[in-house]
Design a protein around this ligand. Structure first.
Ligand code: IMP
Ligand code: MG
Length: 175
């Protein structure tokens, strides 16, 4: 694969400020109780780790792995659960932690599957809300950064499995 051109979009300091704010919002909303963070692998791994440390109330963690079929830059709407939760969520305050909402298909599928398990609350926290290409009606309760469109990488986000380890988020130009 030839190296695409990257342009710095959100610096690690800017991201850290947003993550700190999200941690405060969540800690305030669930004061005196416990939250169960559900990380959506793999893209959320860095955001998840930082967010978990920014939450100041009792927190337990679990992960799901989803795969949506499609091209490198666009999902198809067919979503498979490759790894399920290990903890029961019935009666608990559950927050899905996603890297990015694009079409919304991935999250809509996960949201409805988890709702069937009767959590006390089911909320959505996303680092990036890409609003320009939404195909289903789904809104996150906690949003780090809103953007319109464009393919981005870094801080967990990949392009063909590359760049997840970059500390800042960059726009991939020419896609
Ligand atoms: P959706 O189902 O279209 O909302 O897609 C969500 C998933 O697509 C995310 O969890 C990412 O894995 C991937 N995705 C969507 N947009 C981007 C992007 O700009 N960069 C990297 N991955 C993305
Ligand atoms: Mg993802």
């Amino acid at each position: 694969m030839s190296q695409p051109k990257l342009k710095l979009l959100y610096s690690k300091d800017f991201i850290a400020d947003q993550v700190r704010r999200l941690g405060e919002e969540i800690s305030g909303d669930f004061e005196d109780s416990e939250v169960l963070l559900v990380g959506v692998l793999k893209g959320s791994f860095l955001f998840f780790a930082d967010l978990a440390r920014a939450i100041k109330i009792p927190t337990v963690i679990d992960f799901v792995r989803l795969a949506s079929y499609g091209s490198d830059t666009r999902s198809s709407g067919i979503v498979e659960m490759r790894k399920d939760l290990e903890l029961p969520i019935k009666g608990r305050n559950v927050i899905i932690v996603e890297d990015i909402i694009d079409s919304g298909n991935t999250l809509e599928t996960l949201y409805h599957r988890l709702m069937l398990r009767e959590p006390k609350n089911l909320r959505i926290c996303t680092l990036i809300d890409k609003r320009g290409r939404r195909e289903v009606e789904i809104e996150a309760d906690y949003v780090g950064i809103s953007m319109d469109d464009g393919f981005i990488i870094g801080y967990g986000l990949d392009y063909d499995e590359q760049y997840r380890n970059l500390p800042d988020i960059h726009l991939v130009e020419g896609l």
